[in-house]
Design a protein around this ligand. Structure first.
Ligand code: AMP
Ligand code: MG
Length: 342
């Protein structure tokens, strides 16, 4: 019996090719971890910004860490999501911060627009598959959930069952929330807000796991080139996106987190209708949007929906999409074709 589990750290995605070689600004580089993933930062600062070159990378990490600890993590009992999950079934109205309120509003909208393909109430199914533990190579003790276990969990899944008014949340019994599909994108939005206040910064490219923020420019007229991983061979790139200015790019792929048992790959993007990893011939979806939360939510939603419905959904949010199927064929929206280079 062959068992293999893997998380691909997105070093290849982090690979950023410079469009122009002679930058006038001093790039500051920093690689660290936060939110359980690798954070890579390249900041282009004005000359003589020594103090900022130390402060900015630290502050970016602090922002990500605080978001995870105070709002998003379901593994931290004091976070807003941790507290909401702990209250499930108690009938308590849990107050939510403005940040979480706006995140939940967008998530619920994408759930409705994707007809439930995207669903943050999948927490118990994610726990049942034990996706968080798919980090090592040795998976000899991994047990695939039974159909009955999955069926039982699914009874409590459904975004429309979540009671959410403007500033309060009531989680029904048996339901658990999981914002794993949007956390990195939300982080990009918060980082962008911080960068916008920095007068000494001309441009930056920051990667939070599989989600990337390009901000401003290195120098006048320069482009950001963001590599797209080949999901069929993650040591290769399919090409890159050539972008000017500020963008968010998120990828959902079956190579990011998975366990392989007897030649079958079980990956981390779940079909809410079946409770099993999505099996629709898609291997990755990349979304380009001005908004991080949207890029991250849509990459997951579009993966579940597949090419036709996924493209329609992405375009309805003004986002561009790139799908790769298991034969290696690419499908792109028109706007994505304009920026994709081989
Ligand atoms: P991403 O890599 O952004 O596509 O997010 C995948 C993560 O989102 C998984 O590890 C789960 O925690 C969660 N997830 C899986 N399937 C779904 C889904 N259909 N809708 C919302 N969240 C999901
Ligand atoms: Mg996502």
């Amino acid at each position: 019996m062959k068992r293999k589990a893997k998380i691909t750290i997105y070093c290849a995605m982090i690979c950023m090719l410079c469009g122009c070689s002679n930058s006038l600004n001093n790039p500051v580089q920093n690689i660290d971890t936060a939110m359980g993933t690798v954070i890579s930062q390249t900041l282009y600062l004005e000359e003589n910004a020594e103090q900022e070159s130390e402060e900015m990378p630290r502050e970016v990490l602090r922002i990500i860490d605080q978001l995870e600890r105070e709002v998003l993590s379901r593994r931290i009992s004091e976070s807003e999501i941790g507290r909401a999950n702990a209250s499930a079934g108690s009938g308590t109205n849990v107050p939510v911060s403005d940040t979480l309120q706006s995140v939940l509003t967008t998530c619920q909208m994408i759930s409705a627009d994707s007809e439930g393909a995207f669903d943050i109430t999948l927490g118990e199914v994610v726990r049942l598959w034990d996706i968080d533990s798919w980090a090592g190579e040795d998976f000899s003790h991994y047990k695939i959930p039974t159909q009955e276990e999955i069926r039982n969990c699914l009874q409590n899944v459904g975004y429309h069952k979540l009671l959410f008014t403007n500033d309060c949340l009531q989680v029904p019994g048996g339901m658990q929330l999981d914002l794993g599909a949007v956390g990195k994108g939300i982080a990009l939005d918060e980082i962008r807000e911080y960068l916008e206040q920095q007068t000494q910064l001309s441009g930056a490219i920051i990667s939070v796991g599989g989600s990337i923020l390009t901000y401003g420019e290195k120098e006048s007229g320069s482009t950001w080139n963001v590599a797209i991983v080949n999901p069929l061979d993650t040591s290769e790139r399919l090409g890159y996106l050539s972008l000017k200015g500020t963008w968010c790019i998120s990828t959902s792929g079956n190579y990011e987190r998975y366990v392989e048992i007897d030649g079958t790959r079980y990956h981390h993007i779940i079909d809410p209708y079946t409770g099993y990893p999505v099996d629709n011939e898609i291997t990755s979806v990349t979304i380009l949007s001005e908004n991080g939360l949207l890029s991250d939510a849509l990459s997951t939603a579009c993966y579940v929906l597949g090419v036709d419905a996924g493209m329609t959904l992405a375009e309805s949010y003004g986002a561009e999409a790139l799908f790769v199927d298991e034969e290696g064929y690419l499908y792109m929206t028109d706007g994505m074709e304009e920026v994709f280079r081989r």
